[in-house]
Design a protein around this ligand. Structure first.
Ligand SMILES: Nc1ncnc2c1ncn2[C@@H]1O[C@H](COP(=O)(O)OP(=O)(O)O)[C@@H](O)[C@H]1O
Ligand SMILES: [Mg+2]
Length: 293
């Protein structure tokens, strides 16, 4: 049977107080894919993420469950909050009727030249109850993920010498063999040709933050996440004077968990899938640091 052409959805107009998110490295981009909806940044410095009809509501329910004050607040949730971008509720625009957005803290905002990496966590990215077909489709997006434990989705890194950004997208990352992930993926994110001493300190600060996330996964029995990401950001613009003055490296990096379209109750069990993913990623960051030392 002849396949019918997919219905073309026109790109919805941009609201006056919004622009496409400049620092986005992965996912749904405004004006692309079927829905043409994507991340937008607002004039107030926050960002909004569209909830794709029928699929996206889970993410709103999740953020709501974590951030709404509640008497039944657990330790797991209390300790999870600082690991996420802050959540500011639902946002709408009359220009996109029927579409709800969630409003979030833009974690790249405080940086002058943010260097950004999105990593999907866990050896498996299909959710419980997926059909055989869906499992195969998800696995085929990056077969080495089951062994590697995570998948690099995209990065943008600032190069001071040329005052330009190196950008690597999902197409590039998809071709990385497990043995190349460190040298042709993670190390490129740190653009180690420049300022090695600074990059080492950035790596140390990231490892410290990753350990906190690792600790949370080693204890929590509230949520299981599938296909969620860790979003890394560090400052790409530094002066030698700043480096000599022993900057506060905690302020030069940020890591948060993002993308919660496939969240499930944990029924008292740990999230082994994410735990393995974070452990393996932490090991790769430690290996990157060793290579620079
Ligand atoms: N809180 C945030 N702060 C800054 N950038 C973000 C934030 N959340 C997401 N992004 C950017 O948007 C991209 C897509 O976000 P994500 O939640 O993964 O959406 P999708 O469901 O389209 O994959 C990320 O790769 C990242 O570049
Ligand atoms: Mg994503």
């Amino acid at each position: 049977m002849e396949e019918l052409p997919k219905e073309r959805v026109p790109t919805p107009p941009l609201p006056p107080d919004a622009t496409p998110l400049k620092t986005q490295v992965s996912g749904h981009f405004y004006g692309q894919k079927e829905t043409k909806l994507g991340m937008l940044e607002l004039k107030d410095g926050t960002l909004v993420k569209p909830l794709i009809p029928h699929k996206g509501d889970k993410e709103w329910v999740f953020y709501h469950s974590v951030f709404e004050p509640s008497e039944s607040m657990t330790k797991d949730i209390e300790n999870l909050r600082p690991l996420l971008a802050q959540y500011f509720g639902i946002w709408n625009t009359p220009l996109h009727p029927g579409i709800n957005y969630i409003k979030l803290e833009n974690i790249t905002q405080k940086f002058s030249k943010p260097c950004i990496l999105d990593v999907k966590v866990g050896p498996r990215s299909w959710q419980p109850g997926s059909s055989d077909e869906k499992r195969v489709r998800e696995t085929q997006k990056y077969p080495p993920q089951s062994q590697v434990g995570f998948r690099l989705l995209g990065l943008k890194v600032y190069q001071m010498a040329s005052d330009s950004y190196l950008e690597l997208d999902a197409m590039y990352m998809r071709k990385l063999q497990p043995s190349d992930i460190l040298t042709k993926g993670i190390l490129l994110y740190f653009h180690v040709e420049e300022n090695i001493a600074y990059k080492k300190k950035i790596l140390v600060a990231f490892i410290k933050q990753l350990k906190k996330i690792h600790d949370w996964f080693s204890i929590q029995t509230s949520y299981h996440f599938y296909a969620s990401s860790l979003l890394f950001v560090y400052e790409g613009l530094v002066t030698d004077v700043q480096i000599d003055q022993e900057l506060s490296y905690e302020d030069m990096v940020d890591v948060r968990m993002i993308d919660f379209t496939h969240v499930f109750p944990a029924h008292g069990l740990k999230d082994e899938n994410c735990f393995i993913g974070v452990t393996k990623l932490l090991n790769q960051f430690k290996a990157a640091l060793q290579l620079l030392s």
